[in-house]
Design a protein around this ligand. Structure first.
Ligand code: UGA
Length: 423
């Protein structure tokens, strides 16, 4: 199939290259020259393990352009994969989705053949039919579900594991209204053997939000129970090992610690809260999920203060800046809240991450950065572990004060003074 992919972030790029690997030809569209040029030079503009190798292997099956018209004319299906960031008040910013719908509509007005538009961006229930559809219809002069196909197909890719998640999904959700679009999408996903759930468009949109909200709820729940465990002198990991063995519960997403960050969970939960409030609902659980998550990183500081009374002038090493291992992404990273608080307390911050230093430096240009994890451990008065990069298991923590938000076993065994946030 010939597919155009709008937006070359990690969702667009991984999805497009994944479909290229399955034998499709892909045209990427992005407004950013740098991204377009990098993709055409077989380089990935984002860090995602295995992606560049996959791009190299599929050379000739894809290219990138800034030209929507060219991409729409030369493809049968368009996947909208642009970002849906948060506004100041937590509500969803649809400006990129709207802009791409406009461009797609304009290009469709010049195309005679049938074309299918699929929203993959995370959008609140109702968006595809109430916002995207009218924009495309207005710009193209065509009618959805008759002259062109329209669907919503949420993505469930995790940053850092996105390629594996693309090829081995737990499920594929296809939100459609008309038979023709349904059969096109079933054809597109024919190589996948996982359950495929076909729903109406709004339901597909909601499945994405409910999934992310539940994952976030599991984490905040684990943290709340973990905080109680800590006070009672217990190890939350042992507790959740026992809890997760119940097949109704499942062990995943029970890693207690300093909470969830990233470009998806925090933003999606906030957007869902805002939408629920607009509808006159009181989303109590969702609000509590965010509240627990915002307080959790600060517990590390409290634990640090048990052992270092005054932080003023002390050199505190932050091991890990990415919101999770396997990515250079620092959006909503727990490290941001921790570093802000340390600066407020007058500490000198020394930071290190294997991949995310450049992105973190844009937020905190004035703190110090170590050139290696070893240097950070050697030079810090106390160390806080904020991201569980595997390499941090190889460091020598002997003689050190370590406050651990992510459970690095070696630090647990070796450090002179060790505190785990929920263990
Ligand atoms: C998340 C979802 O897991 C994906 O299914 C979804 O497709 C994606 O959002 C999205 O909406 O695009 P992602 O943000 O890449 O994926 O990362 P996760 O692996 O979910 O981790 C999110 C945060 O939760 C990280 O900060 C991680 O450290 C934290 N976490 C995760 C925990 O604190 N404990 C856990 O047990 C699991």
């Amino acid at each position: 199939m010939k597919i155009s992919v709008i937006g070359c972030g990690y969702v667009g790029l991984v999805t497009g290259i994944g479909f290229a690997e399955l034998g499709n030809s892909i045209i990427f569209v992005d407004t950013d020259d740098v991204k377009v040029n990098m993709i055409n030079a077989l380089k990935t503009p984002i860090y995602e393990p295995g992606l560049e190798e996959l791009m190299g292997r599929n050379k000739g099956r894809f290219y990138a352009t800034k030209d929507y018209r060219e991409a729409i004319q030369n493809s049968e299906v368009t996947l909208i994969c642009v970002g849906t960031p948060s506004m100041e008040d937590g509500s969803i910013d649809l400006s990129y989705v709207k802009a791409s719908a406009e461009q797609i509509g304009r290009s469709l007005s010049e195309k005679d053949e049938y074309h299918i538009v699929v929203v993959k961006s995370t959008v609140l229930p109702g968006t595809t039919e109430e916002i995207v559809k009218p924009i495309i219809e207005k710009e193209s002069g065509k009618r959805a579900f008759e002259d062109f196909g329209l669907a919503m197909n949420p993505e469930f890719l995790r940053e850092g594991n996105a390629i594996e998640d693309f090829f081995k999904p737990d499920r594929i959700v296809i939100g459609v209204r008309d038979e023709s679009t349904r059969s096109w999408l079933e054809e597109l996903y024919r190589f996948f053997s996982c359950p495929k759930l076909v729903t109406d468009i709004k339901t597909a949109e909601m499945i994405k939000y409910a999934s992310n909200a539940f994952l976030a709820t599991k984490i905040s729940f684990a943290n709340e129970i973990g905080n109680i465990c800590k006070k009672l002198g217990m190890d939350a990991y042992r507790v959740f090992e026992g809890v997760g063995l119940d097949h109704r519960i499942n062990p995943a997403f029970f890693r207690a610690g300093i909470g969830f960050g990233g470009s998806c969970l925090p933003k999606d939960i906030r957007a869902l809260i805002r939408r629920a409030e607009e509808l006159g609902e009181q989303p109590r659980i969702l609000r509590a999920v965010i509240e627990v998550n915002e307080n959790q990183p600060l517990r590390l500081i409290e634990l640090l203060k048990k052992h270092v009374q005054s932080l003023r002038g002390k050199k505190i090493g932050i091991l890990g800046l990415a919101f999770k291992p396997g990515t250079d992404d620092v959006r909503e990273s727990r490290a941001i809240l921790i570093v802000k608080k340390l600066i407020e307390e007058g500490a000198r911050v020394l930071a290190y991450d294997p991949k995310a230093v450049e992105n973190f430096r844009k937020l905190f240009p004035d703190i110090e950065y170590a050139s290696s994890a070893e240097e950070l451990v050697a030079e810090s008065d106390a160390i806080m572990i904020v991201t569980e990069w595997r390499d941090f298991e190889n460091l020598d923590y002997r003689g050190k004060i370590v406050i651990d938000g992510r459970r690095i076993e070696r630090a647990m065994k070796e450090a002179k003074i060790y505190e785990g946030v929920c263990w």
